[in-house]
Design a protein around this ligand. Structure first.
Ligand SMILES: *Cc1c(COP(=O)(O)O)cnc(C)c1O
Length: 395
C-alpha cells in the first residue's frame, strides 16, 4: 500500500487519538528505518524507547521464532521456562527479590500501586492508601495512572479519577514533607522524568526521599518504564542513584519491541501479592518473555558502557553545533532532552527533522532523543547531519 492508501484507511477506520507524522514506516535495520516509498530515516526514537536492539536484530528474531514454534501462550495457571528466566536475570542483576509480569507500563504501574496499598493495608489497615508523586511526572493512561501523573493536563474529561494521589515538586524535599500525612503508603517517581521533558532528579533529593520512606515505612516506588533496561547507561537508573527501591516497574525497552512489562519487589515486599490478589491474562507471555530474556543477555556491561559513551558523544556533538533554535541538553545515557529556543515550537522542529529523514520525539517543551542502544557511530553522524542541515538555516 502507498502512504496515501494507508492514510485513507486510517482516516476512515481508526480513532484519531494520535497526532501522527505523515510517514508510514515499513521496515528497519539497526537504527535505520524505511517508509513504504523506500525513503530512509535515521531513528532517534526506538518507537518510544522500546526497540532497544533497533530493528531486524537476528538473535531477537530467532528467540521469538523458536518460542512461537514451541508455545505461543499458556495461562498463568501453569509454569513455563521463559518467564522464570527473565525473573532470574532481573533479580540477580539488580538485587531485587521477585517479579510479577504485565504487558505495558501503565499496567506495571497499576500493579506497583496495588502492591503499595496492599502492603500498607496488611500492616496498618485501612486509611493509608495515599501515594505521593511528583509534578511533571508521567505514569500511564489508565484512570489510576493518569491520577498518579502529576500534570493537570492529564486530569480532564474522564472524571471521576481514582482517589489517593498527592503531588510534590521534584528536587524539593520540603514540598514532599508539605504533602505528607498519616494516610501515605508510598512515594512513586521516575528518576529521569521522561514525558515531562527529560528531567533527571538530583541524587541528593532522591536519597533524602528514600530516607524519608525508610523512616515512615512508606514504600519507595520507582517507575523505570522509560529509564529501565539500559536506557540510561546502567541496567536500571536506580543503580546510579545509590538507593534500594522497594518496588521498580519496567516495560518499554524490556522485550525489544514486543509488549511486556512488570514490577520487581525487594525482600520486604515479596509476599504482598498472595494467590488471587492480582493477575493478568497475558502477563509473562512466553514469546514476549523469550524476547526479554534475549534482550537482557545483550544488554551486558559492554553495551551499557557504550550507551554511556554514545550519550556523551551525541550531547557533545549537539552542543558543538550551537544551533540557534536549540539550548542545553540534559539526560542520562541514551535518554536525551534538548531545550528549544526561538520562534518554532518543539513540535515544529520535530516535524522538520522527520521530514528531512531523522525520527525524533518531543517531551515537555523540548526535543527528546531515545535512539536504539545499538545505534552505530555512522548512524549517529547521519542523524546529526540532518539536525545541522535542518536547523541551522532560518531562525
Ligand atoms: C511510557 C511510560 C508509561 C506508560 O507505559 P505504557 O506502556 O504506555 O502504558 C509509564 N511510565 C513512564 C515513566 C513512561 O515513560
Amino acid at each position: 500500500m502507498t502512504f496515501e492508501e494507508i492514510r485513507a484507511l486510517d482516516e476512515q477506520y481508526v480513532m484519531h487519538a494520535y497526532g501522527r507524522n505523515p510517514v508510514a514506516i515499513d521496515h528497519g535495520k539497526g537504527a535505520t528505518v524505511w517508509d513504504v516509498a523506500g525513503r530512509e530515516y535515521i531513528d532517534f526514537t526506538s518507537g518510544i524507547g522500546v526497540c532497544s536492539l533497533g530493528y531486524g536484530d537476528e538473535g531477537w528474531q530467532r528467540a521469538i521464532a523458536n518460542q512461537t514454534a514451541k508455545l505461543g501462550h499458556i495461562s498463568n495457571m501453569f509454569y513455563t521456562e521463559p518467564y522464570v528466566n527473565v525473573a532470574q536475570k532481573l533479580c540477580t542483576r539488580t538485587g531485587m527479590s521477585n517479579v510479577m509480569f504485565a504487558n505495558s507500563g501503565a499496567e506495571a504501574n497499576e500493579a506497583m500501586i496495588k502492591l503499595a496499598r496492599k502492603y500498607s493495608f496488611d500492616r496498618y489497615g485501612k486509611g493509608r492508601g495515599t501515594i505521593l508523586t511528583l509534578h511533571h511526572s508521567f505514569h500511564g493512561r489508565t484512570i489510576t495512572t493518569l491520577a498518579a501523573t502529576g500534570q493537570d493536563v492529564f486530569h480532564n474529561y474522564f472524571f471521576p479519577f481514582t482517589e489517593g494521589f498527592r503531588y510534590a515538586d521534584a528536587n524539593d524535599l520540603d514540598s514532599v514533607e508539605a504533602v505528607a500525612g498519616h494516610d501515605v503508603c508510598g512515594v512513586m517517581m521516575e528518576l529521569v522524568q521522561g514525558e515531562g521533558g527529560v528531567l533527571p532528579l538530583d541524587v541528593k533529593f532522591v536519597q533524602a526521599v528514600a530516607d524519608l520512606c525508610a523512616k515512615r515505612d512508606w514504600l519507595l516506588l520507582i517507575d523505570e518504564v522509560q529509564t529501565g533496561v539500559g536506557r540510561t547507561g546502567t541496567l536500571f537508573a536506580f543503580q546510579q542513584y545509590g538507593i534500594r527501591p522497594d518496588v521498580v516497574s519496567f516495560a518499554k525497552g524490556i522485550a525489544g519491541g514486543l509488549p511486556f512489562g512488570g514490577i520487581m519487589a525487594n525482600e520486604k515486599c515479596r509476599e504482598v501479592f498472595s494467590p488471587g490478589t492480582h493477575g493478568t491474562t497475558f502477563g509473562g507471555n512466553p514469546v514476549s518473555a523469550a524476547a526479554a530474556s534475549y534482550v537482557l543477555d545483550r544488554v551486558d556491561d559492554g553495551m551499557l558502557a557504550q550507551v554511556r559513551e554514545k550519550g556523551e558523544y551525541l550531547r557533545r556533538a549537539i552542543g558543538e553545533m550551537a544551533l540557534p533554535c536549540l539550548g542545553e541538553t540534559r539526560g542520562l545515557g541514551l535518554m536525551i532532552g534538548i531545550e528549544v529556543k526561538g520562534e518554532r515550537t518543539n513540535k515544529e522542529l520535530a516535524a522538520a527533522l522527520i521530514a528531512n529523514g531523522l525520527l525524533c520525539l518531543t517531551a515537555g517543551p523540548g526535543l527528546r532523543l531515545l535512539p536504539p542502544l545499538v545505534i552505530t557511530k555512522e548512524e549517529m553522524d547521519k542523524g546529526l547531519a540532518v539536525m545541522k542541515a535542518t536547523l541551522s538555516c532560518r531562525e
